[in-house]
Design a protein around this ligand. Structure first.
Ligand code: C2E
Ligand code: MG
Ligand code: MG
Ligand code: MG
Length: 279
């Protein structure tokens, strides 16, 4: 590398770099060619079985590879800054979709959107979001942004500042995947969140027969004592549903109710006034 420095070279470095560069090109192409879609997973009110809202989950329909899972491209998009373009599109699309459904089915369903830590932290975040939601201020309270603890930990002060401003707009902030990061519990007090999403790994504690329910119960109690609403992720069994329902968790989401669905299938549920069984 010149001067007195040297570094080792390995073919895997080159292969990785090439793979990444290829991925980056494909993401750029995908943005320009509308290869991204949104699917929506119903969030169920655990007292009534009604659809309380939906979570928008991005899908990349690659012309050759088919569906590429978000976890395979979101990290690249974050590294390269394309995440800003992608998420601006997601926010616009999801907000419009919510309003369309609210009008068409006369139901004020809630729309939750995942936001990467990078997006939350960027100085223009609040401006970008308010530009999108100002078209319909009355819908703000039915809009929720999901952020993860690991995402905000990198720059807590900055994140809190932006999140406070977003909350002031009237948008709800939910802490996603709670329990998977390494943050301390004091973050819960510092972040302006109103909802805590219990990660699927905790949901799985219920029924693994290892007596781990006590941990889950403590998390539920903690959230309740902090006055937070609870959304339980990844409910797959009736046993899990019963456990969380009986402990007063508000909302549940998971394959037991429904997988993430294309918009047409969400419309069918809304049209049918679908009530999910809670027993
Ligand atoms: P997440 O926000 O925690 O979303 C929940 C994930 O769990 C989704 O995976 C969903 O399909 C899956 N899931 C829901 N219920 C069940 C269940 O009962 N069992 C199992 N095994 N899985 C369930 P998906 O759609 O692959 O998304 C993965 C992650 O990608 C999301 O995790 C979120 O962090 C991220 N993501 C998705 N869309 C976006 C987006 O628009 N922007 C950003 N920044 N991230 C996104
Ligand atoms: Mg989420
Ligand atoms: Mg989650
Ligand atoms: Mg998750």
């Amino acid at each position: 590398t010149g001067k007195d420095k040297f570094c080792f070279y390995s073919t895997s470095i080159r292969e990785n770099t090439m793979k990444n560069a290829h991925m980056v090109n494909q993401i750029r192409y995908a943005i320009d060619n509308n290869e991204f879609l949104l699917y929506y997973q119903p969030q169920i009110n655990l007292s009534t079985g009604e659809i309380d809202g939906v979570e928008a989950l991005i899908r990349w329909l690659h012309p050759k590879k088919g569906f590429v899972p978000p976890m395979d491209f979101i990290p690249f998009a974050e590294e390269t800054g394309y995440i800003y373009n992608i998420e601006r599109w997601v926010l616009q699309k999801a907000f419009k979709q919510r309003n369309l459904w609210a009008d068409k089915y006369n139901k004020d369903i809630k729309m939750s959107v995942n936001l990467s830590g990078k997006s939350v932290m960027q100085p223009e975040a609040v401006e970008v979001i308010s530009e999108i939601v100002k078209k319909r201020p009355s819908a703000l309270k039915y809009f929720s942004l999901e952020i993860t603890e690991t995402a905000v930990m990198a720059n807590l002060k900055n994140a809190v500042e932006n999140l406070e401003k977003i909350k002031e707009l009237g948008i709800e902030i939910a802490l996603d995947d709670f329990g998977t990061g390494y943050s301390s519990l004091t973050y819960l007090k510092k972040l302006p969140i109103e909802v805590l999403k219990i990660d699927k790994s905790f949901t799985d504690f219920v029924s693994n027969k290892k007596g781990d329910e006590i941990i889950v119960e403590s998390v539920i109690t903690l959230a309740q004592n902090l006055g937070l609403d609870i959304v339980v992720e990844g409910i797959e069994t009736k046993e899990q549903l019963g456990f969380f329902k009986s402990r007063g968790c508000n909302i549940g989401q998971g394959y037991l109710f429904s997988k993430p669905l294309p918009p047409s299938e969400i419309e069918e549920l809304l049209l049918a006034n679908k009530i999910f069984s809670l027993s």
